[in-house]
Design a protein around this ligand. Structure first.
Ligand code: GLC
Length: 481
């Protein structure tokens, strides 16, 4: 009789998970990836219970209470749980973690006690794992959960392996040396091969140094970050740990991002009924006070940060007056960017800017647009280009990070290939964005070709299918080690 192999038990640890709390792509991946893994692994998710999370709406209930120690100081922690789309989700609640308005701080500054907040979160996660004594693997994500790797490593009673994923190296969680004492972490870790970073403490380094394996969210980003241009000061340290590295491209959750079923859209469509996409554009332009649906619609959706190429965007917006197009922007972030954007677009009737985060509006924009603008200066993976291709909207991207891995230049278009195509440019070339927008306007005149490429893109698989297989192999190899 064949024995049924017990599924390995995995805990996915993240500081944001869609739909509970989201500031960026990390949240989408933190639900989409565990969901994709759930056929093969007994996987649950754990995250902080921020004050902004609606407990009633998600039927989140308290399960237990326990105390943890950070140094000599005792903290009361509560564990909550719910199930979402069949995935078990846990939440850690504690005063300092949960009593803030935002997840991490303002766009300019992180909260001063983020060391304590996320140190406590990691300590509580590891205490939970120790108490359950049944987890085989902890999958950690970005600096907020990186310290779990150190706490697991120093406790011999915990047998779980750790995998650390870098979603964005430019946020590292850097704090003063006194953080060590606050969190009860031994001074022995205060050296350059562990947590020390120019006299400070660096949480990201804890994940890199102490996890059993590391992934980045695209293969190209894995290569970029071992060089100074994209290494954010950690390139040398990353090189030392290169043998633990795999670059795996993110996918998107098609039950959430599919134009044929998306409830936010005025008109659903798929590759076969591509022409119906135009209904969304008409409705959107009307709603936003933009005129002339014969003009191409360009959209930008994202955080207003340096990373996303907002400076390039503002520069381009200022030069678009004579061009025949409509542009819609949705995003939030640094106040100075809001101001600059308002100033350059004050007189333009064909530019609509919406400040804020609005999931449903963003879906409408993917469906309505002809082109998506993504002029990022660096982009570990990027999900917007994958979503836009699934919605038959041509991406215009800079050739960096995961954008380079997922959007191939349309000059190389070949319908026999299985990857997506778009307009690509080198971000550091002067006026590259505006020139590429001009190429897009020419392409817009060649309706047949544009439609063919968009329909090709809609037929590509941007889901977790392929990358999920690579993650599954990595999970298994770690568990079996
Ligand atoms: C971060 C990165 C982005 C990536 C996302 C999910 O937000 O900046 O490129 O797609 O994480 O991994």
């Amino acid at each position: 009789m064949s024995k049924v192999k017990k599924q390995a038990k995995v805990l996915f640890v993240s500081s944001e998970v869609y739909p509970f709390a989201k500031s960026g792509g990390l949240a989408d991946v933190s639900f989409g990836l565990p969901k994709a893994m759930s056929d093969l692994f007994d996987i649950s998710i754990i995250m902080p219970l921020y004050g902004s999370i609606d407990k009633k709406r998600f039927k989140i209930r308290q399960v237990e209470q326990f105390d943890i120690y950070l140094g000599k100081k005792k903290y009361a922690v509560e564990l909550f749980t719910t199930s979402h789309e069949g995935i078990k989700c846990y939440f850690i609640e504690s005063n300092i973690l949960s009593n803030k308005k935002n997840l991490y701080g303002t766009p300019q500054n992180g909260y001063k006690d983020n060391d304590l907040r996320f140190g406590l979160f990691c300590k509580a996660v590891v205490a939970f794992v120790k108490q359950k004594n049944s987890y085989d693997l902890l999958h950690l994500n970005d600096w907020q959960s990186a310290l779990c790797a150190t706490f697991v490593k120093e406790d011999e009673a915990i047998r779980a392996k750790t995998l650390f994923t870098i979603h964005n190296l430019s946020y590292q969680g850097i704090f003063e040396k006194s953080t060590l004492e606050k969190l009860g972490i031994s001074e022995n870790y205060f050296h350059m091969d562990a947590l020390e970073f120019h006299g400070n403490i660096n949480f990201m380094k804890a994940g890199i140094a102490h996890a059993d394996a590391i992934t980045t969210v695209s293969p190209n980003y894995a290569n970029e970050i071992i060089a100074p241009e994209f290494g954010c000061g950690l390139e040398g340290f990353l090189q030392k740990h290169q043998n633990k590295f795999t670059g795996i491209l993110n996918g998107i959750d098609l039950s959430h991002f599919s134009p044929s079923t998306d409830k936010a859209l005025v008109q659903n469509y798929d590759a076969k009924s591509y022409d119906k996409k135009a209904e969304n554009k008409k409705a959107f332009l009307k709603e936003r006070g933009l005129e002339n649906s014969a003009l191409p619609l360009f959209v930008f959706i994202g955080r207003f940060t340096w990373q996303k190429g907002v400076d390039l965007l503002i520069d381009a917006l200022g030069q678009l007056d004579d061009l025949k197009l409509n542009i819609a922007v949705l995003g939030e972030g640094e106040a100075s960017y809001h101001k600059q954007m308002k100033a350059v677009t004050a007189k333009s009737k064909n530019i609509n800017i919406e400040f804020g985060y609005d999931e449903s509006l963003s879906h409408k924009m993917y469906a309505s647009a002809d082109f998506l603008l993504m002029p990022s200066l660096f982009e570990p993976c990027g999900l917007n280009q994958l979503i836009s291709m699934s919605y038959g909207t041509l991406p215009i991207v800079s050739s960096v990070g995961g954008l380079k891995d997922s959007v191939y230049p349309i000059d190389e278009y070949d319908s026999a290939l299985t990857h997506g195509f778009g307009l690509t440019f080198e971000a550091n070339e002067p006026n590259a964005l505006i020139k590429t927008i001009q190429s897009a306007l020419e392409l817009y005149e060649d309706k047949k070709r544009l439609k063919e490429i968009n329909i090709h893109n809609m037929g590509c698989d941007f889901s977790w299918n392929e990358s999920g297989k690579i993650y599954a192999a990595l999970y298994s190899s770690l568990v079996e080690r």
